[in-house]
Design a binder for this molecule. Structure first.
Ligand code: SAH
Ligand code: SF4
Ligand code: F3S
Length: 487
């Protein structure tokens, strides 16, 4: 496994297996669903299962006894696609043993490659893009008769707003809520605008009511998802289409405040913020509500303004650092994470060092770090040469990873000694007798289980740490109040 894949695995951007969601009466059909890629894809898979369960499917944990296997795919980097392709070749073998098995591909790779996956490689029976999931039951009927089916139409309106997701792989405590789809930014390296289409926001009322519903079911944390949450906008009178005519518009800060008011015990996180659009009113909302978690993922990509310009990111190094300063000013101690790309087209050694120096200035809590991978049809592919040799990319990436690893260690160690309010999420991987949860800064905290249940809030005094995990002891509320704690 190379470093890049390992990073993806560690961040749970691997595969998820859908659990069985109900009893299986004789005539129901069985669906096996596997998801790759970002949180949006995992969230979309929950929409897909909801749509197909209404059409009579139940999910199964093994492709062996499935009637339909769906793979929800990612195109972000070449190795993401390669991995999925291997999986499809493997499944093709499985189809030989079970001629009734149908295989469908969903998500970004479906949108990018369309008919090619059927015509050239005959790998799958069905290709369905991210905006066409409502059509899945009809498309399945089509392939049941031995035909092939494709729907990769992108939409300007689809948000699946009223579809209640079937929570997969769920701990019953944390859940995703998709608040917008698509992206209008056209960063030159990025395939997402091509695979996900135009940006559109979801009705805030449907978002707030989904949050209420989750809280009522026992969930205690929601993550609001979008490619660029800071450009969320909804015109209350115009059903989403924003016009400049003074009608009331809900923007991201307003949405955050509305979701924060669902219940003080519902924690809210969000991803992803875009440095060019992140405004102070979002930060002020965070500062105002204890249940808006003090953690911001603010991808920088590069620390050099010329590289950022070639990436079409819409900000300079100075602008980015100004946004970091605003976070530090308005939300002291806020945790900050980022994404970095090593070896973008034309990146010089000096420009690479600018990325390292920016990282030293910010001292990120966490980062996702990647080698640049050229993607077909993107502006970078058309306009620039992918001219940084692979060895150089990898060496630069190593330097970035090494630096970040030190910063992450520092940030973790700085949290030792304090008491945090932690939401218990599940049993620790290392011991049945320990639970893990996260504090507001998104740091994982491990503590003794006692009679604490998932979904409980506990006060934990952090006594020790590894590089990225905090270890601590549970203390009573009165001790926490007496000594002071971080909410
Ligand atoms: N909307 C988010 C990012 C979504 S993609 C944002 O704008 O920040 C997640 C990350 O994948 C990006 O932040 C970028 O660091 C990385 N990425 C995207 N395209 C890439 C490519 N062609 N090669 C390498 N990394 C890429
Ligand atoms: Fe891709 Fe840029 Fe949109 Fe993020 S903001 S999804 S990197 S085009
Ligand atoms: Fe991948 Fe598509 Fe997400 S390309 S990162 S699954 S939006």
């Amino acid at each position: 496994m190379n470093i890049e894949e390992k990073i993806i695995d560690e961040t749970r951007q691997g595969e998820a297996f859908a659990p069985i969601t109900g009893d299986s009466p004789g005539d129901t059909r069985k669906l096996y669903l596997e998801s790759y890629g970002c949180q949006m894809n995992f969230s979309d898979s929950e929409i897909v299962v909801s749509i197909l369960s209404k059409a009579g499917f139940v999910t199964t944990e093994s492709p062996d006894d499935a009637d339909l296997v769906l793979i929800n795919t990612c195109s972000i980097r070449d190795n993401a696609e390669k991995r999925i392709r291997n999986r499809l070749v493997h499944l093709k073998g499985q189809k030989r043993d079970n001629p009734n098995l149908k295989v469908g591909i969903l998500g970004c790779m479906a949108e990018r490659l369309r008919e090619k996956l059927i015509e050239e490689e005959r790998l799958v029976d069905m290709v369905v893009g991210p905006d066409a999931y409502r059509d899945l039951p009809r498309l399945y009927e089509e392939i049941s008769t031995g035909q092939k089916a494709v729907n990769t139409l992108l939409s300007r309106e689809e948000t699946y707003a009223e579809i209640e997701p079937v929570r997969l792989d769920s701990n019953g405590v944390t859940a995703f809520i998709s608040i917008m789809r698509g992206c209008d930014n056209m960063c030159t390296f990025c395939v997402v605008p091509f695979t996900r289409g135009r940006e559109r926001s979801r009705d805030p009322q449907s978002i707030v009511s989904e949050a209420h519903d989750l809280f009522a079911k026992g969930y205690r944390e929601v993550t609001l998802l979008g490619q660029n949450v800071d450009s969320y906008k909804w015109n209350m009178d115009n059903k989403g289409a924003v016009k400049n005519d003074g009608q009331p518009v809900v923007r991201f800060a307003g949405l955050l405040r509305a979701v924060a008011e669902v219940h003080p015990d519902l924690r809210i996180r969000f991803s992803t913020s875009h440095p060019k659009d992140m405004t102070d009113d979002v930060l002020e909302a965070l500062a105002l509500h204890d249940n808006l978690c003090k953690y911001i993922h603010l991808p920088v990509q590069s620390g050099d303004s010329d590289v950022l310009k070639r990436m079409n990111r819409g900000y300079t190094r100075e602008w980015y650092l100004d946004r970091i300063a605003a976070i530090r000013r308005i939300i002291p101690n806020c945790a900050i994470s980022t994404d970095v790309i090593a070896g973008f087209c034309g990146e010089t050694e000096e420009q690479h060092r600018a990325t390292l120096s920016l990282m030293k200035e910010v001292r990120y809590d966490m980062a996702y770090m990647f080698n640049y991978s050229e993607r077909p049809r993107t502006l970078a592919e058309r306009k620039y040469e992918d001219d940084v040799p692979n060895e150089v990319k990898s060496r630069r990436l190593q330097e970035i990873i090494k630096l970040q690893s030190g910063h992450a260690g520092e940030r973790t160690a700085a949290q030792v000694g304090r008491i945090y309010r932690v939401l218990a999420e599940g049993v620790s991987r290392k011991s049945e007798n320990e639970l893990f949860g996260r504090n507001t800064y998104n740091a994982v905290v491990v503590f003794e289980r006692g009679d604490i249940q998932r979904g409980d809030y506990v006060f934990v005094r952090v006594t020790n740490c590894t590089r990225v995990t905090l270890l601590g002891e549970v203390v009573s509320e009165s001790v926490a109040v007496k000594e002071g704690f971080v909410v």
